[in-house]
Structures are given as C-alpha cells and as structure tokens.
Design a protein around this ligand. Structure first.
Ligand SMILES: Cc1ncc(C[n+]2csc(CCOP(=O)(O)OP(=O)(O)O)c2C)c(N)n1
Length: 631
C-alpha cells in the first residue's frame, strides 16, 4: 500500500504517474470504508481524488495556498496532509472536522461551510502575497454548483479586473447537491460536450502555431487575428471575457492529462481557470449512480450501498413538505422556492406533485429572497424554504425587499437550532436575532410537528406581510397529526403545564426539555409552569405583563444565540414598559461558535438540558425553599 507510507504531501513528489493512479484507488477504498461507518460527504470527495493528488504533486502546500470552496470536498486533502489516522473521528465531537479547519493543520488555510467564498478568499490571498512581495501560488477549487452563487461571480468580475496570478480550478461534475441549474450550468455543458468547440480549438491551436512571431505592424495584425479567432471559437470564452486564461475541459480522472494541463496553466501570468470535468461519486457504483443521494450520507453497507437510517417519528422537514402539498392542493398561488436544496428542504414530493410550482434558483439565497418578494407583490404565495444558516446570506434582501415592502412571503426556515456533525458553519442559531428586529416580520417556532402544520396554515392564511416558521433538524416528537390544519392566533403563547414555583418560556424543542425539567422538579416538590413561546415575534405581551404582576421567577430557554434572542426580546419588553425589576434568567447558546458533535452533545455543552433548567429553577427559589431543593 502506497497510502500507508505517505507521511505528507512531499512524499508524493517522487511518485510516478502509475503510482499516483494506484494511490488514487487506495484513497477511494479508504474513503468508502471509513465513511461507511462515520457518514460524511462521500460523493464530492470521490470525485476530486486525482485533482487533489495533482495539486499536492505540482504545488507546495502550505506555502502555496489551497482554498476549497464549501470545504466539504477536502477529505482527500486531509488524507494527504497527515490526518488519515483520524478519520474514525470524522464529524464527531473533538474529532476531525468535515470541512477545512485551520486549527487542524497548517495546510488548511481557509475555512468555509457556506459556498461560493473561495474566489474572494483567493483574491485576498493573492493581493496580500503581492503586497508582501512574495511569490507563492494561490489555488482555489470551486464546484460548478458553487459557481452559481452570486459571491463567486462578484469575485470573478474583480479577478479579471485585477489580473493577479492565481489559479481557479473549476470542478465541474454537473451537480450541485441536486442537479445543477441555470445558464452557467448549460454553458459548461456546451463546452463539455460540443465536439465543435473541441475541434475548433484543436484546429486553432495548430493554426496559431503557424502564425509567425514577427515585429511591427504585421505582428499586431497577427495578434488581432489570433484574438478574433480565439473569441469566435475557443471554448471557455466566457471566462476569457472575464479576463481569465481558460484551460480545459480536462478529464479530472486522467492523471496524466490533469498533470499536464495544470502544469501548463501554472506557468501562465495572470489569473487562469482550469476546467476539470469529474464524476461525482467516482469509483463507488452506488455513489456514481446517484450522487444526489450520496452527496452527504449517513452510514451504509459497502457491498449493497444500503443506507442505515435510524427509525423514529418523521423529521420536521418531511412534515413541512407534506403540509405544503396539502396546502398547495387548495391554493394555486402557492409556489415553493429553494436555493439549491430541494431534498434537504423536504420538497422532493412537492416537486413531483407540482413541477411547475417548484423553483430551484441554484445557490442564490439573495436572489431567492428578492424574487420571492416580487412574486408575493404580484399576488403569489411564495414559500421560501431555506436553511437558517444559509438565510444569513440574504439578510439585506429580507430587510430591504421583503419586510420593507411588507410582502406576503412565507419563510420555511429549516435546520433552526443545532445541526450536529456539520458543526459551526451550519448551525441555525442566529436567525432569531437577525429576523426578530425587522419591522413587519412575524416569527414562529412549533413545539411539535402537529403545531408545525398549524403554523404552515397560519402562514398561508396570513395576508399582512412576511411570516416565518422555523423548525429544527430533528425528528418530531411523535404526536398524532390532526387531520385538518388549524391556524393559530398571531402573537399568542400557550401554557402547556401549570405551575407556581417558576415559569419557563421555551421555544420549539425546548418545550419538551422544559417538560422533562418539570418532571425532575415535581419529585422535589416544585412545580414549573411551562409556556410554549411559539411566537418569537410578536411577543404575547398580555401574558408577559400578567407574569410580571404575578411576580414568579422567569426563565427563557431557546436553542439559539442568547444575544438578541427571545430572552433579549422579553427583557426589552420589560425595560421598555417600565418593569425592569422582573427577575428573568436566560438559557441559550453562549457567545461562541459550537463545533461538530451530535445535537445532543451540543445541547449538553450549552446547558440546554432538563437538569440545567431544573437547577436554574431551584436557584431562583426564595432561600427558604431552595435549601430543600438542590440539583
Ligand atoms: C450559501 C450556501 N448555500 C447552500 C449550501 C449547501 N451546499 C453545500 S455543497 C452544495 C453543492 C455544491 O455543489 P458544487 O460546488 O458543484 O460541489 P460538489 O459537491 O458538486 O463537488 C450546496 C448547495 C452551502 N454550503 N452554502
């Protein structure tokens, strides 16, 4: 095994092409084996084995900077840079991160998780290099999916303008997570498949070799001739027009071709784009056959490709998808909008049922938001289904285009709260703070999947502006679903358990946690009142004012950033209405980024547990009672 002898990228340099090819096979076996136990981003990594080998073979990391867009395809890079023996811990608490992580290795120079940042990062690194008078290479690897993101196009525009030395490797596998969409996708497809282009390119190359390099007027004419022909015929013209030298398309699994092209491209002055065509899932049949499913995968059986899934109540995501179909059957104004996440957002069945009403815009959260505002203003009911973390991208569009216009956009905010193994780049823990302060916004979170359905109905019936329902990346509680969905009066909370020792105002899954805390406290003779604070905005101010008059200690519990969360909102309400003396304790996510682990471990790390809540309730008891109730 060559892989066992590999200590770092320097060991690659002495290998022959056949040895590199052998190594590629060994790396694939390694990935398929390890990920069958841990899960992870299998298909994207199987596609970039030769590409990553070629990069480490030709360049000199970490002096040369490798920037992986999203960073989910960096496993091969991790293997080649001394982290092979940590793959059993992949995406686990304290283990190897599923994305690029600077703390792990000097070879990890840029972290991501969200897409389309790599070209801006490469630009910054190239500029810094030039300011410092250094000569290292900067290599960004970006997928055809990530290239649909607006940020990447902003960066391309600037890269062409600046003309700094840098290498953009376009990893074109025709897939985002789902099949890629849009004009860029079609354009790349034409380059890949159009024989015309290929033939023209070959002809042109041999023709250009015959144009003599002579001085004066004739040379200028020859140059112009070259240019005009080039622009007429050469594939990759779009990138050439953007000011990048285009190389490709090259077969990303042909080691020799790949090395040759990358070697040539790296000699060129100015920005270059190498168009590398790869097969997502390459080398493992089930992943090649369905790279959509195998983009990010839970543990599986290697031989059959059978995916091992935990059984349990339906995920909130699926309950949302089904509810949306039911609602859309009765209301043809409803359309679903997704920025490249049709499956993750539970919309696959909707897409089958209503193909014409399913709008996948590619990785374009901002465009999706503004477009939804316009759809709503023209009388449609857009349901913008988006992960909380990716909605961060569209903050301005939510403020400027949706809320300011008071447009009837429905937000279905998935992955609200901790997300587990994807870790800190993917948690949905900031949307309460960044949504609740925007005028006109209504923000809800259900305590269970039945309430999610009712909130969807509430949202569809609501015609006074934007309304958002957020829900977590977990299974529902298993409650029975009412056959009919019933709207909930806006701004009302619900007392789900009576008690008079303390009151907890809990959001979403924290209601269940609060119920468990109440059981713990009951054994100690304390009774915890549990309020389902299902509207984060508007608050149930009538209930809040009554609680203040009652004088019980209050605890707010939410799986979101404490700063700016529901707890902040409640404190603001009391301060603004002259009741600043009301005792309120806040349990939520502290002012830090929480790393990859299971959701349960992440909750424990932040004290989002029944034990912590119970202890807080005990601590808030008048001294006399507290002595007998210690947790
Ligand atoms: C802003 C943002 N939106 C959505 C995602 C979810 N996402 C992760 S990878 C991915 C597809 C990326 O496709 P591509 O760049 O072609 O890489 P591939 O996985 O095909 O190698 C998407 C949509 C994300 N990471 N960031």
């Amino acid at each position: 095994m060559l892989l066992d002898k590999l200590n770092g990228p320097q060991d690659l340099k002495s290998l022959s092409v056949p040895e590199l090819e052998q190594l590629a096979g060994e790396i694939r076996d390694f990935l398929v084996n390890k990920l069958s136990v841990t899960g992870g981003h299998l298909a994207p990594n199987l596609g970039v084995v030769e590409l990553t080998l070629a990069m480490h073979y030709l360049f000199d990391s970490p002096k040369d900077k490798f920037i992986f867009d999203v960073g989910h395809q960096s496993y091969v890079h991790k293997i080649l840079t001394g982290r092979m023996d940590r793959f059993d811990t992949l995406r686990k608490q304290g283990g190897l991160c599923g994305f690029v992580k600077r703390a792990e290795s000097e070879h990890d120079v840029w972290e991501a998780g969200h897409s389309s940042t790599s070209l801006s990062a490469a630009m910054g690194m190239a500029m810094a290099r030039d300011y410092k008078g250094e000569t290292n290479k900067v290599v960004a690897v970006i997928g055809d999916g990530a290239l649909t993101g607006g940020m990447a196009l902003e960066a391309l525009n600037h890269i062409g303008h600046e003309k700094r030395n840098m290498i953009v490797v376009l990893n074109d596998n025709e897939m985002s997570i789902a099949p890629n969409v849009g004009a860029m996708h079609h354009y790349l497809g034409r380059i890949r498949t159009d024989r015309h282009y290929q033939k023209a390119k070959e002809d042109l190359q041999s023709l250009l070799q015959k144009v003599p390099a002579i001085g004066g007027k004739l040379a200028k004419t020859a140059e112009r001739f070259k240019d005009s022909l080039k622009y007429l015929l050469v594939s990759g013209i779009l990138f050439e027009q953007f000011g990048l030298h285009y190389f490709g398309p090259v077969d990303g699994h042909d080691m020799e071709q790949l090395l040759d092209t990358m070697q040539q491209a790296s000699q060129v002055q100015g920005p270059v784009l190498i168009h590398v065509v790869t097969v997502k899932g390459k080398g493992y049949k089930p992943a090649e056959a369905d790279s959509f499913k195998w983009h990010g995968i839970t543990p599986y059986k290697i031989e059959s490709g059978q995916v091992l899934k935990a059984v349990g109540p339906p995920m909130y995501t699926d309950v949302f998808g089904n509810a949306l179909i039911e609602l859309a059957e009765r209301d043809d104004r409803i359309v679903a909008v997704t920025p490249a996440m049709p499956a993750g957002s539970g919309l696959m069945k909707f897409a089958e049922r209503f193909p014409g009403r399913m709008i996948d815009v590619g990785i374009a959260e901002q465009h999706a938001a503004t477009m939804s505002a316009a759809l709503a203003m023209e009388g449609m009911k857009p349901v913008y289904a988006v992960y909380s973390t990716f909605l961060q991208r569209a903050y301005d569009q939510v403020v400027h285009d949706i809320c300011r216009h008071n447009a009837n956009v429905i937000f279905a905010i998935d992955r609200a709260g901790f997300v587990g193994p994807d870790g800190e780049t993917h948690h949905g823990v900031f949307d309460i703070p960044f949504m609740r302060h925007i005028p006109n916004m209504v923000l809800m979170m259900p305590k269970d999947e039945n309430e999610l359905r009712n909130m969807m109905k509430t949202a569809v019936d609501y015609n006074d502006g934007p309304i958002a329902v957020r829900y977590p990346r977990v299974n529902g509680t298993g409650v029975e679903l009412d056959p009919a969905m019933t709207p909930i009066p806006i701004g009302t909370w619900d007392i789900v358990r009576q008690g008079d020792s303390a009151v907890v105002m809990a959001v979403g899954p924290m209601v269940q946690v609060a119920e468990e805390a109440a059981e713990l406290l009951r054994r100690d003779g304390l009774s915890l009142r549990v309020v389902n604070a299902r509207f984060i905005k508007p608050l149930d101010t009538a209930m809040l004012d009554a609680l203040a008059d009652e004088g019980l200690p209050l605890i707010v519990m939410e799986e979101g950033a404490v700063q700016g969360g529901l707890g902040s909102a409640i404190l603001e309400h009391y301060a603004l209405t002259g009741r600043s003396g009301v005792p309120v304790r806040l349990i939520g996510i502290p002012d830090e980024f929480i790393e990859h682990a299971t959701i349960k471990e992440q909750r424990i790390a932040c004290g989002l547990t029944p034990e912590r809540l119970a202890a807080e309730a005990v601590a808030l008891q008048p001294k006399r009672k507290r002595a007998t109730n210690q947790h």
